[in-house]
Design a protein around this ligand. Structure first.
Ligand code: IVH
Length: 704
């Protein structure tokens, strides 16, 4: 008899769950990708036709949606504890001995990889995933179920029939190395900040508001800890093997051992072998296997007495220094770069490493052709930590720092108290000219759509621009006649330039690229002095009187405006219509009207952007929080507030305030504070990201 559409839906769901498992968990697909996609589309079509049989755990839920997630805080049934850490074999021995003495009977140890991602707790009821919660503070975390459903290695519906009716399983969500690298490459091209490591990328992704973005990021998950009243076995290892049969991805590396020697063998093996794993690991976890014994060992305040983490030493690689090259940043700072024979390090191929400055090179006593040790710390950029002097070629020459700019030939200068060498030929050294314009158009500065480093390079080569002000004198027809450019892209650039005339003074000031005037400093200056004329005529005393402005920054500002060329540049930018003063509403005084209030921002706004509202909230003493909870004071709601947020606000009885109400609230508050003549404070200090001594991290990132 012919199958009904409803029957077909059920069968397709079952089949697709199995194919998903075969493909993602076992890495052993039995049908082609095309066939898989065809079945998925068939199911999507049928489900659209039959909403009466909708299922939150259907395989079609894996694609995510554009509906904005709000993350409700959920209390963990069992707190999520951390593990005691050790870096030494002695401490592993001490752990083993402690356990032995305390138990006074035979015991087994389950050895596992310590995955370096973000931890997750999954709750299953009757074989279905019902909730996924992040670690949060260990007591409560964020409900990220919608996002987690897009992770293909996490089963939505379990296989088999011997799983407990209710249980939790915990594990690590990871971004595989190859996905991480591809993502960072894309972000670099879009001038978005890079993720420092796959762990940050995974946790950042998991907190995405939009689950279809999560679906596109190809996260993976390994599970390593079961909790519940009716687990099948007393052995942790045995329970994990059962969980594997239910469809979970359990690491193949997991082993059960008896002796300390076997523990050390495991550690030794994986210390090197982990480099071949597709995901990041940072150690080994040792767990007493029997749940009964775990219970008898118990917990300290923070971590179990039955488990310990042994962390690997930061990974090092030995490779040959080919040559040292030098990069010139927009400020003229010279960064030496070690070009290396390509070498595998923590899952990526390293070809270059920053040498930072001449002192570092001298400190390493680096010679040409040396074999060098490269390490990757928490950062993306690897560094050279040492030289293998024993393999040095006799007679090789020490690396000497260059004396002249590699781009324009200008003799280099080293300022007092500074580690870097500089090329001071700012007016005609090409990377400095282009670098300044690139900074000017960058996302956090003027954010000019349609322009990027390549376009800047081309316009510069063509003699069309030499500084930022020249951009505003470009003509559409001049751009359109260039090869690679059509009318459409010329129009886009013109529109991008036009739109940048609306960018606020704070960002215009940042865009000027004055040394040591980063985003935060630019904000402080703009809010305090209100316009460019006041800044240009400010004395050093006036400048250092501003919160967080020190001598070094003050000197740099004065130096910048003492140059005729810079003053002319500002004048031309002013003529071009850029904002050179704070708008009246930006100047409006701060108040304490929102003190102690937690405010959720939701929806689309007409007057200000969400970021601007966040700033306004902070300026008036409030705190912007991401998700609605009982503690939320009110919701600042724009158009199209997400239906689930609206629903939740209603349930919890939380006030919803629209844009106009909010703006009049803070305006009135600011006015009344002015009347009583309260000192007008600059907003609470943000983390100062710009300290003169530190190299600008952006400059370094440009390198790689
Ligand atoms: S067991 C009570 N096993 O390490 C013990 N944790 O510092 C629960 N982690 O937050 C954790 N790999 O995110 C366990 N095989 C593993 C692990 C592991 C990574 C992480 C986890 C946890 C942290 C503990």
């Amino acid at each position: 008899m012919a199958e009904s559409e409803i029957e077909r839906i059920y069968r397709l769901r079952e089949e697709l769950h199995t194919h998903n498992y075969n493909y993602y968990v076992l890495n052993a697909p039995v049908i082609s990708d095309m066939e898989f996609d065809r079945l998925m589309r068939e199911l999507q079509d049928l489900e659209a036709k039959h909403p009466e049989v909708a299922d939150m755990n259907s395989p079609t839920m894996r694609v995510g949606s554009d509906i904005s997630n709000d993350f409700v805080q959920v209390e963990h049934k069992y707190p999520m504890l951390s593990l005691g850490n050790t870096y030494s074999e002695e401490e592993v021995t001490e752990f083993y001995e402690r356990v032995r003495k305390s138990l006074n009977e035979d015991f087994e140890i389950c050895c596992e990889m310590k995955f370096d991602g973000t931890s997750i707790s999954l709750t299953y009821e009757n074989g279905k995933l019902v909730r996924a919660v992040t670690r949060g503070d260990g007591v409560k975390g964020d409900d990220v179920t919608n996002n987690v459903k897009t992770i293909r290695t996490i089963p939505l519906v379990l296989k088999g029939d011997n799983y407990p009716q209710n249980f939790e399983i915990r594990g690590e969500i990871l971004m595989p190395w190859d996905v991480f690298e591809a993502l960072n490459r894309e972000r670099e091209a879009r001038e978005e900040p890079l993720f420092a490591n796959p762990r940050n990328a995974a946790s950042g992704t998991l907190k995405q508001q939009n689950s279809s973005v999560v679906a596109s990021r190809k996260l993976d998950a390994y599970l390593y800890y079961l909790l519940g009243d009716n687990l099948p076995c007393d052995g942790h290892y045995e329970n994990l093997q059962e969980a594997r049969k239910w469809g979970f991805k359990i690491s193949d590396a997991t082993r059960k051992v008896k002796t300390l020697q076997e523990v050390f063998d495991f550690i030794k093996y994986w210390d090197t072998e982990r480099k071949n794993l597709p995901v990041a690991t940072d150690g080994i976890v040792l767990k007493v296997n029997s749940l009964r014994q775990q219970k008898s060992l118990g917990y300290t305040a923070k971590s179990p007495r039955w488990a310990i983490a042994y962390k690997f030493q930061a990974e090092k690689a030995l490779t040959k220094l080919q040559k040292v090259t030098y990069q010139v940043g927009r400020t003229g700072a010279i960064t030496p770069v070690a070009n290396l024979d390509p070498v595998q390090l923590s899952g990526t191929v390293v070809k270059r490493a920053s040498l930072h400055n001449a002192d570092i090179i001298a400190g390493l006593d680096l010679h040409e052709g040396d074999m060098v040790y490269v390490e990757k710390g928490g950062e993306i950029i690897p560094k050279i930590t040492g030289v293998d002097v024993s393999s040095r070629i006799p007679g090789s020459k020490p690396v000497e720092f260059i004396t002249h700019c590699p781009e324009c030939g200008e003799p280099l200068t080293r300022f007092e108290d500074e580690a870097a060498h500089y090329c001071t030929n700012e007016d005609s050294c090409p990377p400095q000219i282009k670098g300044k314009i690139e900074h000017f158009i960058s996302r956090k500065a003027m954010n000019i759509e349609g322009l990027g480093p390549e376009t800047v390079d081309l316009f510069y080569q063509e003699g069309m621009i030499k500084n930022a002000a020249d951009l505003y004198e470009l003509r559409e027809q001049d751009i359109a006649r260039l090869e690679r450019f059509g009318e459409k892209s010329a129009q886009n650039i013109m529109a991008g330039l036009e739109a940048s005339r609306q960018v606020g003074f704070e960002r215009v000031l940042f865009a000027l690229g004055i040394r040591f005037v980063g985003e935060t400093v630019a904000k402080k200056l703009a809010r305090s002095l209100k316009n460019i004329d006041a800044l240009m005529s400010a004395t050093e005393e006036e400048l250092v009187a501003i919160d967080e402005i020190g001598e070094k920054i003050a000197e740099s500002i004065i130096h910048f405006f003492s140059s005729e060329k810079n003053r002319k540049l500002v004048e031309r930018l002013k003529q071009a219509g850029l904002k050179m003063e704070m708008a009246p509403e930006e100047v409006s005084a701060a108040s304490n009207v929102l003190e102690g209030q937690s405010i959720v921002i939701s929806g689309v706004f007409a007057v200000h952007s969400r970021d601007e509202y966040k700033e306004l909230i902070e300026k008036h003493g409030g705190k912007n929080v991401g998700s609605i909870s009982k503690k939320t004071s009110f919701i600042l709601a724009g158009e199209n507030m997400g239906p689930s947020k609206l629903e939740k606000a209603k349930t919890l009885g939380i006030k919803i305030m629209n844009e106009t109400e909010f703006l009049s609230l803070i305006e009135n508050a600011a006015k009344s504070e002015e009347k009583v003549d309260l000192p007008v404070e600059t907003p609470a200090a943000e983390t100062p990201e710009e300290t003169p001594k530190k190299a600008n991290p952006n400059i370094q990132l440009e390198l790689f």
